[in-house]
Design a protein around this ligand. Structure first.
Ligand SMILES: Cc1cc2nc3c(=O)[nH]c(=O)nc-3n(C[C@H](O)[C@H](O)[C@H](O)COP(=O)(O)O)c2cc1C
Length: 177
């Protein structure tokens, strides 16, 4: 597998955000350079310090923070080899479908020319809703790789499709991208 890839990891507001920490560990172990961008909602689930320590890089959250260099952060972060959003919330998937750029993660994903991989994670009702299915199909038709969520017990207490793919499976899917 390629080592030393520049990976942008987007983390959104889902209970599955804690699993993204394991994904960062797998990338770093592989010799990849990981930059994590969290949505403000994601910070309600896992502290940025976890991702900062595991990725050995600053974590990016606020679009209007003063960047360390002159280029706006969404432009420098967009310059990566591959962008993966894990977990990808229904909300962020909908925004990506329509090209919204209302936070640092969505702005960066709109600007990037790198391949984009999404690992959805949500309640089974959210996943199966026609609008989410339409959004996912539209993104896939545009070349975005959308991983299929797993079936099982969901954090909301129901059982169904919506579990984020396991970090090892996301890691393997990226090797194939
Ligand atoms: C406890 C809790 C768990 C949530 N889990 C999910 C989830 O797994 N998937 C999802 O799409 N939304 C989930 N949500 C809702 C999102 O956090 C919400 O839609 C948020 O606006 C997403 O913002 P973001 O896409 O900018 O991260 C959850 C909300 C709460 C309060």
């Amino acid at each position: 597998m390629d080592m030393g890839r520049r990976i942008l990891l987007g983390v959104t507001g889902s209970i599955a955000a804690y699993k993204a920490a394991e994904l960062v560990r797998l990338f770093v172990k592989n010799g990849d350079e990981v930059r994590v961008v969290m949505t403000p909602a994601a910070t309600k689930f896992v502290g940025p310090l976890t991702f900062q320590t595991l990725s050995r890089n600053p974590v990016y959250i606020e679009e209007f923070d003063r960047p360390a260099e002159w280029r706006p952060e969404h432009i420098s972060l967009a310059d990566c080899d591959i962008a993966v959003v894990a977990p990808a919330s229904a909300n962020t998937i909908a925004k990506l479908r329509y090209g919204l750029a209302d936070n640092l993660l969505t702005s960066t994903l709109l600007a990037t020319r790198a391949p984009v991989v999404l690992a959805p994670a949500m309640n089974d009702g959210m996943w199966e809703s026609p609008v989410t299915q339409e959004n996912v199909a539209a993104l896939a038709a545009r070349g975005v790789k959308v991983l299929v969520p797993g079936t099982g017990e969901l954090a909301c207490g129901t059982v169904g499709l919506g579990r984020m793919p396991e970090p090892a499976d996301i890691f393997a899917a990226l090797a194939a991208s």
